[in-house]
Design a protein around this ligand. Sequence first.
Ligand SMILES: [Zn+2]
Ligand SMILES: [Zn+2]
Length: 201
Amino acid sequence: MQIISNAFGSYQTNCYILKVNDKDFIIDPGDGAYEWVLRNVTNPQAILITHGHFDHIFDVGILKREFKLPVYMHKDDVFMVAHQSDIYGYELFETDFAVDEGKINVSGVDFRFNHFAGHTPGCCMVEFRDVMFSGDFLFKGSIGRWDFEFSDANDMISSIFKCERISGDYKIYPGHGPSTTLKAERGNFLSYVSYIKSSIH
Ligand SMILES: [Zn+2]
Ligand SMILES: [Zn+2]
């Protein structure tokens, strides 16, 4: 197993390529990721999306078209693809698998979509073995914003408590910034909850 990453676009959104048994899985290809992915994949299988914000899906359309790849995303964020395309002008695409929370098998490899609504309705951490691609739910030393259109502060609070209940440790590969571990981030969770509560009262 190997994970490579690079940041793209004005928000420096991390695109990841997960390599398992000579199969490549692309996570969150943002604006400009296409060329980099092209150079770094040999056997691409699928595009997995942590959530529907434009900076995480910008190059999905072109990659899907060029490589004929299926797209996986939580069902509650699928609407965002069409909703933002007029504003940001990326290539529209169909979500082949609008998934719910749970395990999925993609080309013989097991993943799990863990739903953490709040930043967006269908925001997920995509789990593979002891790795979570945490999107904009959890970063090193912070969490995703809960004040965007379609964000929900109360859902974010519930999601933080849900995340706290995950047992064991995971490597966290966020949508922006450096990687971390769940163990390292766990200590901040209660202060995030108080901060969100104070921001909505
Ligand atoms: Zn986001
Ligand atoms: Zn983002």
